[in-house]
Design a protein around this ligand. Structure first.
Ligand SMILES: [Fe+2]
Ligand SMILES: [Fe+2]
Length: 326
């Protein structure tokens, strides 16, 4: 198994010495980075209100994102656990504070996605089965990895969510083909925050480890999980959910269009972004090489202000304090 091979190599090669700072020259000046708030939302999902053709009037693509929603919560738990562990080794007070914001944002993502996942159980989505598989896989495989590999995987996962967020921010209209304001709020809020905190995990990795081969290994594991295992699980949803639908021409037409929406090399969410995904393997890559500040400013103003997609669900925000080192 690939994961076992990588894990063994990592244990041999990256013992605790992995926590020595490296690549200092490539590290950004954290003092000039803006602070990131942790936003609390209350959406209140109800199964009957969720539109199963939410994404571009397409059921297959929507079920793909529902599958991502289930497995993302485990990825977020891994990010939270790994970030908590490594925060102790960070001396820079600004980066430390940014890691606290990352942990806070991911904790609320996981909570709200779990509420969404609970609600789609009512729509015969196989949440219980996929939660069981996700839990077993993360508990027995990913969470057993040595910390340096978990750190590398955390940076890899965050790269994927950053690329997805950028695509979605550039295709805002894709969220407006449905009246389902709650699903829209969930994904737009999540994408906004993924883009907002996209450099934190990477900066922590570069600061505490920085080994290129290990970074590539974490990327590979994230790639296989998000673009092989999750799509496989998504393809199984119709079989587990309503196999009788598969006997209709409408189902296959919807599926063909859904595959295009996701994987077409010209316009698909993941197909058209492969170049940006693999840019991560450039030795001098940094997440901020892909500048999304204008989109972020636009989204924050548009979504959180009155009439915006998040406004009616927003409760409060909290920005952790920068604690100066003693
Ligand atoms: Fe997240
Ligand atoms: Fe994230």
């Amino acid at each position: 198994m690939i994961t076992t091979a990588i894990r063994k190599t990592v244990s041999r090669t990256f013992k605790p010495s992995a926590l020595k700072p490296r690549n200092q020259a490539q590290l950004p000046d954290f003092a000039i980075k803006s602070s990131i708030p942790i936003r609390h939302l209350a959406i209140g999902f109800k199964g009957k209100e969720i539109d199963l053709s939410f994404y571009m009037n397409n059921q297959f693509a929507t079920l793909f994102f529902a599958t991502l929603s289930v497995f993302l919560t485990y990825g977020e738990d891994l990010v939270i656990e790994t970030a908590r562990h490594h925060r102790e080794f960070i001396k820079d007070p600004v980066l430390k504070q940014r890691v606290t914001s990352l942990i806070g944002q991911e904790a609320i993502h996981s909570k709200l996605h779990n509420e969404f996942n609970d609600a789609i159980t009512e729509l015969q989505y196989p949440v219980r089965l996929y939660r069981f598989l996700g839990e077993q896989f993360f508990k027995h495989v990913f969470l057993r990895f040595p910390q340096p590999l978990k750190l590398s995987m955390m940076a890899g996962i965050e790269h994927f969510t950053a690329v997805l967020a950028e695509y979605m921010m550039k295709h805002e209209q894709n969220f407006y083909h449905s009246d389902d304001a709650k699903t829209r709020a969930l994904w737009m809020w999540h994408m906004l925050e993924e883009s907002e905190h996209k450099d934190i995990a990477y900066d922590v990795y570069q600061l505490l480890n920085g080994n290129y081969k290990l970074r590539a290994g974490g990327f590979l594991l994230a790639y296989i999980t998000i673009l092989v295992l999750v799509p496989f699980a998504a393809f199984m949803v119709p079989v587990l959910r309503k196999p009788q639908e598969m006997l209709t021409g409408k189902f296959w037409k919807d599926m063909r269009r859904g595959i295009n929406l996701l994987f077409s090399p010209t316009e698909g969410v993941f197909g058209s972004t492969q170049g940006q995904i693999f840019d991560y393997l450039r030795p001098d890559f940094h997440p901020n090489d892909h500048d999304t500040t204008e989109y972020l400013d636009y989204y924050k103003n548009k979504l959180l202000t009155e009439g915006g997609a998040l406004h009616s669900f927003f409760i409060k925000e909290f920005t952790p304090k920068v604690q100066q080192a003693a």
